[in-house]
Ligand binder design. Structure first.
Ligand code: AP5
Ligand code: MG
Length: 253
């Protein structure tokens, strides 16, 4: 086992111990909040570029929280809340939910979600310049500025196959692919044995609209982060393992 693998195993065990202690009501020292060691990352990329896929591994490696605004909205849809009902229409049409709602959603997570103590991965947020500006202001106030904004770059033509073949485990947000990354058992989550689903916006017609929205409203944040000096770009058309290695390089690992 390499030193890196060993470190990973120890980090995972520590996280598991904390979870178990919490379950049985044991109070231990507060989790490390050494700001210098935190991962504070934004992942930018078109639908299907691999944000969710890579976030799952980043979350494990850095013990950081994974805040995926799309997953949060789908959870609202599932619960049948007013926001969920409104968001579903917008998501299925490939549009964007109101900036203020999204900013408040992230603000509340950063303030209350204890798993964010060791840092965060923002997946699908910010998606507009106003969201990026409000995020910066919010983080400045907390004295925890962003460290990295990584763009997963990929041509639109490659995304149709990825999106139409994607299968999702709704509870965890884990994603699979019918061909590129099939589950061990058909339509079943490897870890929980629960059924997988296809997202209602994962069809060619909705994808076309999502791509237009991405290029018009989200891509400008790339220039925004180039100016602040924290941007790096990665070729996301490569195999997942290669994309992973490139992300780690960007993070200085
Ligand atoms: P969201 O859920 O964020 O969707 P998205 O941005 O369209 O991105 P996806 O989740 O579709 O793609 P992904 O990059 O995560 O790809 P994945 O890793 O799964 O948002 C949904 C909607 O919510 C938005 O359209 C909007 O309406 C609303 N919304 C969300 N956030 C908002 C915000 N901040 N403001 C306003 N509105 C907001 O990979 C895709 C597939 O490819 C998988 O099957 C995977 O197995 C496979 N795959 C991954 N990597 C590779 C690889 N390297 N090679 C081959 N296959 C791969
Ligand atoms: Mg995703």
């Amino acid at each position: 086992m390499s030193v890196e693998e060993l470190k990973n195993t120890v980090a995972k065990l520590q996280e598991r111990i904390q979870q178990l202690e919490k379950k049985v009501g044991v109070t231990t020292a507060a989790p490390t909040t050494d700001i210098a060691k935190q991962l504070r990352l934004v992942l930018i990329g078109a639908p299907g570029s691999g944000k969710g896929t890579q976030s799952a591994d980043l979350k494990d490696k850095f013990c950081a929280c994974h805040l995926a605004t799309g997953d949060m909205l789908r959870s609202q849809v599932k619960q049948g809340t007013k926001l969920g009902l409104e968001a579903k229409k917008i998501m299925d049409q490939g549009g964007l939910v109101n900036d203020e709602i999204m900013v408040n959603m992230i603000k509340s997570e950063l303030e209350t979600n204890k798993t964010c103590a060791k840092g965060f991965i923002l997946d699908g947020f910010p998606r507009t310049i106003p969201q990026a500006e409000k995020l910066d202001a919010m983080l400045k106030e907390r004295k925890t500025p962003l460290e990295n904004a990584i763009e997963l770059k990929i041509d639109d033509e490659l995304l149709v196959a990825r999106i139409t073949g994607r299968l999702v485990h709704p509870a965890s947000g884990r994603s699979y692919h019918k061909i590129f990354n099939p589950p061990k058992k058909e339509m079943t989550d490897d870890q929980t044995g629960e059924p997988l689903i296809q997202r209602s916006d994962d069809n060619e017609a909705a994808l076309k609209k999502r791509l237009v929205t991405y290029h018009q409203q989200t891509e400008p944040i790339v220039e925004y982060y180039k100016k602040t000096g924290i941007w790096s770009g990665i070729d996301a058309s490569q195999k997942p393992g290669k994309v992973w290695n490139d992300i780690l390089k960007c993070l200085g690992q």
